[in-house]
Design a binder for this molecule. Structure first.
Ligand SMILES: Cc1cc2nc3c(=O)[nH]c(=O)nc-3n(C[C@H](O)[C@H](O)[C@H](O)COP(=O)(O)O)c2cc1C
Length: 344
C-alpha cells in the first residue's frame, strides 16, 4: 500500500502527507505557493512573534489589504496555498491569545505553536525551545491558542512543533507532547534534535517512532529530509503520519512531486536545471509583488544560492547574482547561464 496518504488533523482534512516545514527567511508566501503547486499538501509560515504581531497590527487588524507590515506579510496565505498554518511564538499565553485572535481575516487552516526555535533572542524570553524547559507554560500557551481558535478562528486545529528536548540530559519530548495534547493540540511535529544540537549532527528518528507509539493525534516527522528517499524511509521507519521537508525543499519545490511519485510508484525523476531556475525567477517575481523589487532582489540572493546548489556552473551564477539589484539583471544572468548550457 502506498505511503502517500490523506491526513486528518482534528476537523482539517489534507489530501496528502508531504508538508513544507516552517523555515525562517525562506518559506515566504511566494515560496509556499510554489511548493503547493508542486504538491506540498500543507505548509507553515515561518515563526512570527505573537508580541510583534499584536503590537504592529493590534490596532487596525490584519485584513488582506490592511496588513502591510513585515509581520503581516509573513502570515498571509500564498496564492496557490490551499492549506496552511500560521506559526506563532511567544512565552506569554495572553500575547499568544491576542495575536491568534487577530488572524481571523486571514482564515488560516491551523495555528501552530513554535516550541523548537533555538535562536537566543527567542529563547531568552522563554519562547521557542525554552517552552520545553517549562512544560506547564507550554500547556498554557497551547490552551490560549485553542481558546482563541474557538472564539475567533472557527475552531481550526492548534498544532505544536517541538524538539527532542533542551539538551541530551533533558529529553522530554514525550512529556511536552502529552502536555500539549492535553491542552488541546491536535498534531505534534517533532524535529528530533535537542536545542543544544541546534541544526548540527544527526536527527534521532527513534524519538519520532517513540512519540508515534505514545500519542493518539497525528505525529509529523522532521529532520534530515533531503531526498524523496529520506521521506519514504522516515515514514516507514517511524510510522509517522506525515513528513515535513525543510532544508531539503529550499530552492527545490520539486521535491514534493518527486517524493509523491516515489511513494506512489516507487520511482521519481530529477528536475532539469532549466526548470529549476525558471521557478527561481517566478519566485523572485512573486516576492517582488509582495515586498517590492529592491527588497525582493536582496532577499532572493540567499534563495538563489539554494536554487543553484549542486549544479555545474552554479558557483559562477551565484557570484553574479549576489550583485543583481533588479529582476531584469537576474533574468539576464540566468538566460546567459542557460543559453551557454541548455542541456543543464
Ligand atoms: C534556517 C532555518 C530556519 C528555520 N525556521 C523555523 C521556524 O521558523 N519555525 C520552526 O518551527 N522551525 C524552523 N526551522 C526548523 C525546520 O522546520 C526543521 O524542523 C529543521 O530544519 C529540521 O529539518 P531538516 O534537517 O530536514 O532541515 C528552521 C530551520 C532552519 C535551517
Amino acid at each position: 500500500m502506498s505511503l502517500y496518504r490523506s491526513v486528518k488533523i482534528g476537523s482539517l482534512e489534507l489530501d496528502g502527507n508531504l508538508f513544507l516545514a516552517p523555515v525562517a527567511g525562506y518559506t515566504d508566501r511566494a515560496f509556499r505557493s510554489l511548493c503547493a503547486e508542486e504538491g506540498a499538501c500543507f505548509s507553515f509560515t515561518e515563526l512570527v512573534s505573537a508580541e510583534a504581531l499584536y503590537r504592529s497590527c493590534g490596532r487596525y487588524g490584519l485584513g488582506e489589504t490592511t496588513g502591510s507590515t513585515a509581520a503581516a506579510n509573513l502570515v498571509r496565505r500564498g496564492e496557490k496555498e490551499k492549506r496552511y498554518a500560521i506559526q506563532l511564538f511567544g512565552a506569554q499565553s495572553e500575547s499568544v491569545y491576542r495575536a491568534a485572535a487577530l488572524l481571523s481575516p486571514l482564515r488560516p487552516d491551523a495555528l501552530d505553536i513554535n516550541a523548537g526555535c533555538p535562536v537566543p533572542k527567542v529563547v531568552k524570553n522563554g519562547a521557542g525551545s525554552a517552552l520545553m524547559k517549562n512544560p506547564a507554560n507550554l500547556g498554557k500557551v497551547v490552551e490560549a491558542a485553542v481558546r482563541a481558535s474557538c472564539e475567533s478562528l472557527g475552531s481550526v486545529p492548534v498544532t505544536v512543533k517541538i524538539r527532542s528536548g533542551w539538551d541530551s540530559v533533558s529529553l522530554n519530548y514525550a512529556e511536552c507532547a502529552r502536555v500539549a495534547v492535553e491542552a488541546g493540540a491536535q498534531m505534534v511535529s517533532l524535529h528530533p534534535r535537542t536545542r543544544a544540537q541546534n541544526y548540527g549532527g544527526k536527527s534521532d528518528w527513534s524519538h519520532i517512532a517513540d512519540l508515534v507509539s505514545r500519542l493518539s493525534v497525528p505525529v509529523t516527522g522532521s529532520g534530515d529530509l533531503y531526498t524523496p528517499e529520506d521521506a519514504l524511509q522516515m515514514l516507514k521507519e517511524t510510522g509517522c503520519t506525515a513528513v515535513m521537508f525543510a532544508r531539503g525543499a529550499m530552492g527545490n519545490p520539486f521535491i514534493f512531486s518527486a517524493a509523491r511519485s516515489l511513494l506512489e510508484t516507487g520511482a521519481w525523476q530529477s528536475t532539469p536545471f532549466s526548470a529549476r531556475i525558471a521557478v527561481a525567477l517566478r519566485h523572485l517575481e512573486m516576492l517582488s509583488a509582495d515586498i517590492g523589487e529592491r527588497a525582493a532582489c536582496l532577499e532572493m540572493r540567499k534563495q538563489f544560492c539554494a536554487y543553484t546548489k549542486g549544479f555545474r556552473g552554479g558557483a559562477a551564477l551565484r557570484d553574479k547574482a549576489v550583485h543583481a539589484e533588479t529582476i531584469a539583471e537576474y533574468r539576464k544572468i540566468v538566460e546567459e547561464a542557460v543559453g551557454k548550457s541548455p542541456d543543464l
